[in-house]
Design a binder for this molecule. Structure first.
Ligand code: UD1
Length: 368
């Protein structure tokens, strides 16, 4: 990683209280980016006047490899890293992602078409990389039940390939996209990182296996490993086409066509829906933060939303009068799910910003 601190004298503020405030924050927050986000959270008059007396710009760049970078979460995350001046190499086999998702940054990234099951090619792609963000997966619980062997190869062996290649090519940090699915049906709420894990699908086992491999490699070889357990992510570029797509993407597509929404069960079941831009931000902060960090972090909002309420927000935003059709509940459906995101805030200085009403209304407006 290259870190440069550019110190520019300025007369933006010479208030001794501001300078003392800044120094205290600097001592408590050795990472420049964490410091900046803390400054913003502190609701002082804005970071630049405070930083002015000492420096006006901090640049931290890294060489990051993003697997699955052309997918739903991957493409949003790739855009964010590029915007921040990092050198990004994307590895993708385009099995569920699309080149079009990266059109905004096409000339600014290195794009390698490879399958993470191809270990030799993957190891070569890790050359010169500081940090890997591993998002490539077959992210479908249902597919993992129907095709456990092939999904194991991609999701579990694929994660081991990443971690092994990282070790061989001296990659400093590996961040694994994990999933709330590993908490299974255990009914403690909110889910904290210390809640018991109870995988009830091959997909959940694949993700948990990746977490265990990562932790082992951390202990054996000193790789900085962390797993981010995403809850229910929504936003642009999410595929609504399969019956097992995220409920919000299905509801938006149907609403825009003026079709009724199907709710399984009574609609009182809840989920912790997090906007993809908040997930991308958490990914970025996890890559940039100073070590040590917790090895497992929930990425969620801490709020639970009833499916019936989400349906109402979407119907209103889309002016959809077609109503709701109630169907039987899905087998094994979880009644309530939401997470504590205290650890995310304590470790990365970040709390997701987008509330569900705003996120959904905006998404409907941009999906037309
Ligand atoms: C997620 C996974 C799912 C997996 C489960 C296990 C996604 C998109 N789904 O499901 O594959 O089995 O975690 O942890 O990641 N619903 C409707 N109408 C619809 C679609 C869904 O009412 O048209 C309901 C579902 O019954 C559920 C809720 O909406 O109660 C959310 O469904 P979904 O978006 O699939 O997420 P999870 O249930 O969390």
């Amino acid at each position: 990683m290259t870190t440069s601190l550019i110190i520019v004298p300025s007369d933006a503020s010479d208030d001794p209280d501001d300078i003392l405030f800044f120094i205290l924050l600097a001592i408590r927050n050795p990472s420049p980016r964490r410091l900046l986000s803390r400054l913003i959270l502190a609701e002082k008059p804005g970071p630049l006047p405070l930083l002015g007396p000492l420096f006006s710009d901090i640049v931290t760049t890294m060489n990051i490899l993003i697997t699955g970078g052309s997918g739903f979460i991957g493409s949003h995350t790739t855009e964010l890293f590029v915007k921040d001046g990092h050198k990004v190499r994307v590895v993708d086999d385009f099995s569920s992602g699309a080149r079009d998702n990266l059109s905004a940054v096409a000339g600014e990234i290195e794009l390698i078409d490879l399958d993470i099951r191809d270990y030799a090619a993957l190891e070569a792609a890790c050359e010169g990389i500081d940090t890997i963000l591993h998002l490539a997966a077959i992210p479908s619980v249902e597919k993992s039940i129907l095709e456990p062997l092939v999904t194991h190869e991609v999701n579990a062996t694929g994660s081991l390939n990443i971690i092994a290649a990282a070790r061989r090519r001296d990659v400093r940090r590996v961040i694994l996209a994990s999933s709330a699915a590993i908490y299974g049906d255990y009914d403690e709420l909110p889910k904290t990182e210390n809640s018991p894990v109870q995988p009830i699908s091959p997909y959940a086992w694949h993700k948990l296996t990746g977490e265990f491999y990562g932790k082992s490699y951390g202990e054996l070889y000193g790789i900085e490993f962390l797993a981010l357990r995403y809850f229910n992510v929504y936003g642009t570029r999410q595929d609504p086409k399969s019956p097992y797509s995220g409920v919000l993407s299905i509801f938006i597509e149907r609403s825009l066509k003026g079709e009724p929404l199907t709710i399984h069960g009574d609609g009182g079941q809840t989920r912790d829906f997090i906007h993809v831009s908040d997930v991308a931000k958490a990914n970025q902060l996890a890559a940039e933060a100073e070590w040590p960090l917790p090895q497992i972090m929930n990425v969620a909002t801490g709020n639970e939303t009833k499916i019936i309420d989400a349906a109402g927000i979407i119907q209103q935003a889309a002016s959809n009068q077609a109503g709701i059709v109630y169907d039987g509940p899905r087998t094994g459906d979880i009644r309530r799910s939401f997470a504590s995101c205290d650890l995310l805030e304590e470790s990365l200085g970040y709390r997701p910003l987008i509330n569900i009403e705003h996120g959904l209304t905006d998404l409907v407006a941009h999906s037309g």
